[in-house]
Design a protein around this ligand. Structure first.
Ligand SMILES: NC(=O)c1ccc[n+]([C@@H]2O[C@H](COP(=O)([O-])OP(=O)(O)OC[C@H]3O[C@@H](n4cnc5c(N)ncnc54)[C@H](OP(=O)(O)O)[C@@H]3O)[C@@H](O)[C@H]2O)c1
Length: 239
């Protein structure tokens, strides 16, 4: 595992193709009011998500998702794992956590389950001791003063050969990416439940837009089991 590195660049270079994939309830919630993961989609959607994972260079989540759901973010299908290996890729895409203060527990499933590289993106404000310990489990990218600078992070990921990045959530990271013009496409499975609750996370939280909303173009919409899979292209991204 490599030592922590501090990246200094102007953030203007190219970034990977970035797409968001998430499941939400009919009322737009991605988890319960206790921020607990709940089953929104069925087996077909899980399989579709697994294929997306298997065909991505890397998967990114925010630290909020790791602390709430403890996902492993591994490719589940044996066939897909073998296919990745057969073309010289690691079993799993690189798993990336955006975690300004290095809060991720060392016992997180991302570290315990599945083979492949992990990257933790931290800020310069992260406690040095925590970063040192994490560097035994993952590559560390230190980027941004108090918070991870997403524009520079994506530029650095591109420099490291990551051309296609899947973002699985959660609501705050998605806002950070969308509001910085860093997303190309958004895929949402809308399931047949209503979760409700004004504090339950929606697909995009953060501060929100007062005007100049992020506009999308519909790519496709299809019925999948008991819900609908909607694919959108983001009309304009800044970078
Ligand atoms: N249904 C689905 O498909 C799905 C998928 C994933 C997650 N979820 C749900 O989403 C919820 C988690 O969402 P969340 O909003 O609490 O957490 P999140 O988006 O996973 O992570 C947010 C955290 O990322 C860190 N971060 C660092 N730099 C950032 C930046 N520049 N912009 C934005 N965030 C940055 C921040 O913490 P620091 O400042 O400490 O770094 C921030 O609080 C959970 O309830 C989970 O179940 C649902």
């Amino acid at each position: 595992m490599s030592n922590p590195t501090t990246i200094a660049n102007d953030g203007k270079s190219a970034r990977p193709f970035v797409f968001i994939n998430a499941a939400m309830s009919a009322d737009g919630k991605i988890a319960t009011m206790q921020r607990r993961q709940t089953r929104i989609s069925g087996n077909l959607d899980f399989d579709r998500m697994d294929e997306l994972r298997a065909t991505s260079y890397a998967i990114m989540v925010g630290i909020g998702t790791v602390l709430s759901d403890n996902p492993s973010l591994t490719v589940k299908s044996k066939d897909r794992l073998e296919k990745r290996l057969s073309i010289g890729l690691s079993e799993n895409p690189i798993r990336i956590v955006v975690d300004s203060m290095a809060r991720i527990p060392q016992s997180a499933d991302i570290f315990k389950k599945g083979k492949g590289k992990r990257i933790i993106a931290v800020s310069e404000s992260a406690p040095a001791e925590k970063v040192r310990s994490l560097s035994k489990l993952a590559d560390i990218i230190c980027i941004g003063k108090k918070r991870v600078d997403l524009i520079k992070l994506l530029s650095e990921l591109k420099n490291r050969g990551i051309n296609r990045l899947m973002v699985e959530g959660g609501a705050t990271l998605i806002w950070g990416l969308i509001s910085n013009g860093l997303v190309d496409e958004v895929y949402t499975f809308v399931g047949n439940i209503i979760i409700g609750g004004k504090t339950a996370p929606t697909l995009v939280d953060g501060e929100g837009y007062a005007s100049d909303f992020c506009k999308l173009t519909l790519i496709s919409c299809e019925v999948l089991e008991e819900g609908v899979l909607i694919k959108w292209k983001v009309q304009s991204s800044k970078v």
